[in-house]
Ligand binder design. Structure first.
Ligand code: SF4
Length: 688
């Protein structure tokens, strides 16, 4: 009995799914996961979790885990030992760098990897190879939000905590299916609604769960959020309802901003969005008269050609109404992946070192060059989108992707996989043999979060430790160890014994993390960046002003033109997004038996009107055709979508993958794919 007890262990970890960052104890017996137990001390979730955090772990013991490095020999892969794989990877990178230059290689880090691993990925890229071509999947989702916040308030993260959203008088969600994408955060909103009379306004083209609970729910035409937000801002100004004291003390650029709003009359907004003028006026009055307003937004805002501008408009509105620098207020771009915030924070982006310091800043660059004893290019590297373009143009011949199934999650996957086929040398590091791995020359077996130590940063900028629950599955290794082996083989002087040493180095170089250390993150302790050298963190940002020269924020003037619409040939609009039960492309959750039982198949949502018009029924098989490609799937008829709008879950895989339909159009400021702006036509394959 004593021995049996010994084998049972309880270890604290952080959820590997969404950006809420729930932390909990995992009970295990050997490799068996007995249960997940939330802890009242968990800063983001208290005693709550959702189905994924509670039950979504079977993939860790999946038979499909990779346990041997693979090297392509002709058309087949051969299993090899780690030594051989590492020396092969290093020698090929070396050869390519010598022949074609460092900028011929591109690195994609993983938003599921730890902060320390993201730090090492950009260090490998910048120090060892010598290129700024390093990016991560925030390029697919929230980079436009970060851009909008940098332009206006200077920090690219949530301005307060999840607690602040719960304390707001009014929460507005825009393009966010919060109940399914950030379940525990949505529960906090539901609770505040019930207990404290918090108001909830939801703007989304799809009637999801939060829409049905909202005090006001509107379905603006796709891609027009900027217009109603700006019209509401103009109305507030025209009526003198702005927060004059806040603006005078804290915001620059008022006059230019005021002028830029001229175009956004209520009539114009109503025509473009389809929301009646009177309703928009009520929204404006309610926002102006609410004491504390928090705005949450997600990919329904960012994955558009004007995603950065729309995020900027949100921040402008918050500045106009004085909704920064107070509890219960602020801007909340809800981060999708568990560590999408941290992956960018720790430097896996082409224009920033860790802590968002520009590569073009000479002082910053020499700080890293001295510490790392190397030369780093000044100019920003290629982002994810530019890397794929560069492969097609013959300007990039090698890539290293960790923990991301680019060949299914990037937009226009026919185009992306055609690029992969052109690569001279392609390394993929993952838990499974993914769609992307099919195109690789080397596949390296990595370990998931439960098998390593490190930190994740959730949507509220909260850095939390995860402890090793299980040993790495024999044959696999944590990403940080693999990156270190490659760096060492390439002559790098890397000697990290533990991820805490990587964090110490990051903290010594990046002022944003100056006081971050593992001692300050013991157990359920956490820190919300920026963290001063003495360990003081900032749950609520901007109390000492905004991080610009005169401590003032900036209004950022915007204009608008409608640059997306359906056409006669492509007459339907496809939206896509998350489901509660599945995560992203489904590589993990489709390996969890309980979840698959509950939500087995991908589907396409069709409105009742459209189903009637096209004479199709539940279960019919349809084919959607866009300019980029085609996808087929099974119909669900529902009132969640209306009119000519369709919805495909992003976890739909195989022939139903939405990214067969998405194309090369991107947000004009960040190159984030406009995943949400896809026009298609429909053919009925089987009527049912
Ligand atoms: Fe994990 Fe997000 Fe669910 Fe929390 S809400 S358990 S972080 S998926």
């Amino acid at each position: 009995a004593a021995m049996r007890e010994e084998r049972i262990k309880k270890t604290k970890t952080v959820c590997t799914y969404c950006g809420v960052g729930c932390s909990f104890d995992v009970w295990t017996k050997d490799r068996k996961i007995l249960k997940v137990e939330p802890n009242a001390e968990s800063p983001a979730n208290g005693i709550s979790t959702c189905i994924k955090g509670k039950f979504g772990w079977d993939y860790v013991n999946s038979e499909e885990r990779l346990t041997k490095p693979l090297i392509r020999r002709g058309d087949a892969f051969e299993e090899v030992e780690w030594d051989e794989a590492i020396s092969y990877v290093a020698s090929r990178f070396k050869e390519i760098k010598e022949k074609r230059g460092a900028d011929d290689i591109g690195f994609i880090s993983s938003s599921k990897a730890t902060n320390e691993e993201s730090y090492l990925m950009q260090k490998l890229s910048r120090q060892i190879i010598g290129t700024n071509n390093v990016d991560n999947c925030s390029r697919y989702c929230q980079t436009p939000a970060t851009k909008g916040l940098f332009r206006t308030v200077g920090h690219g993260g949530d301005s307060g905590s999840i607690e602040d959203i719960a304390k707001a008088d009014l929460v507005i969600t825009i393009g966010s299916n919060t109940a399914e994408s950030h379940p525990v955060l949505a529960s906090r909103i539901k609770r505040s609604q019930k207990l404290f009379g918090q108001k909830l306004f939801v703007f989304d083209i799809r009637k999801h769960e939060m829409a049905t609970r909202a005090d006001r729910f509107y379905q603006p035409k796709s891609g027009t959020d900027l217009v109603w937000i700006s019209a509401v801002s103009k109305y507030i100004l025209d009526r003198g309802l702005e927060d004059r004291t806040f603006i005078d003390e804290w915001v620059n650029g008022f006059e230019e901003y005021r002028q830029s709003l001229e175009q956004f009359t209520m009539e114009y907004a109503s025509n473009l969005t389809g929301i009646p003028e009177g309703e928009l006026i009520d929204v404006a009055e309610d926002i102006a008269r609410s004491g504390k307003v928090s705005v949450c937004w997600a990919m329904g805002v960012t994955q558009h050609m004007r995603g950065s501008d729309t995020s900027t408009a949100i921040s402008n509105l918050l500045l106009l109404t004085g909704n920064y620098r107070k509890e219960g207020c602020g801007a909340y771009p809800l981060r999708g992946h568990n560590n999408v915030q941290g992956c960018s924070d720790f430097g896996s982006i082409p224009n920033f070192f860790p802590g968002y310091e520009e590569t073009t800043d000479d002082e910053v660059r020499s700080r890293y060059e001295e510490a790392w004893n190397c030369e780093i290019p000044k100019e920003a590297g290629k982002d994810n989108h530019q890397m794929i373009e560069a492969i097609h143009d013959g300007n990039l011949s090698s890539m290293f992707v960790i923990g991301e199934d680019t060949g299914i999650v990037d937009a226009n996957i026919n185009y992306v996989t055609a690029a992969f086929e052109k690569l001279d040398f392609f390394v993929v590091q993952d838990l499974f043999f993914t769609k992307t791995a099919e195109y690789a020359d080397v596949v390296l077996p990595a370990s998931p979060s439960l098998e390593k130590e490190g930190t994740f940063t959730n949507t509220e900028r909260r850095i939390q430790r995860l402890y090793k629950v299980l040993d790495p599955l024999p044959g696999s290794k944590p990403d940080w160890e693999i990156l270190q082996l490659i760096a060492q083989e390439l002559g790098g002087d890397w000697n990290y014994d533990h991820p805490s040493e990587i964090m110490d180095e990051a903290a010594s170089l990046a002022p944003l993390f100056a006081g971050v250390s593992y001692e300050r993150l013991e157990g359920y302790d956490s820190l919300q960046w920026p963290v001063a050298a003495d360990g003081t963190d900032e749950p609520l940002l901007f109390l000492d002003g905004f991080p610009f020269e005169d401590r003032k924020a900036k209004f950022f003037p915007l204009d608008f033109e409608l640059d997306y619409d359906t056409s006669e040939e492509y007459d339907l609009h496809v939206n896509n997004g998350r489901l509660l039960e599945h995560f992203h492309e489904g590589n993990m959750t489709y390996k969890v038996e309980g979840i698959v039982k509950k939500t087995p198949n991908p589907f396409i949502e069709v409105s009742e009107e459209l189903a009637r018009e096209r004479k199709i029924h539940e279960g019919a098989e349809i084919k959607l055709i866009s300019e980029a490609g085609e996808a087929t799937g099974v119909v669900t008829v529902t009132d969640r979508v209306r009119g000519n709008e369709l919805f495909i879950p992003m976890s739909a895989n195989g022939k139903s993958a939405v990214n067969f339909l998405t194309d090369n159009r991107v947000d004009k400021d960040t190159n984030t794919p406009a995943y949400k702006e896809i026009a298609v036509r429909m053919e009925v394959v089987k009527k049912k």
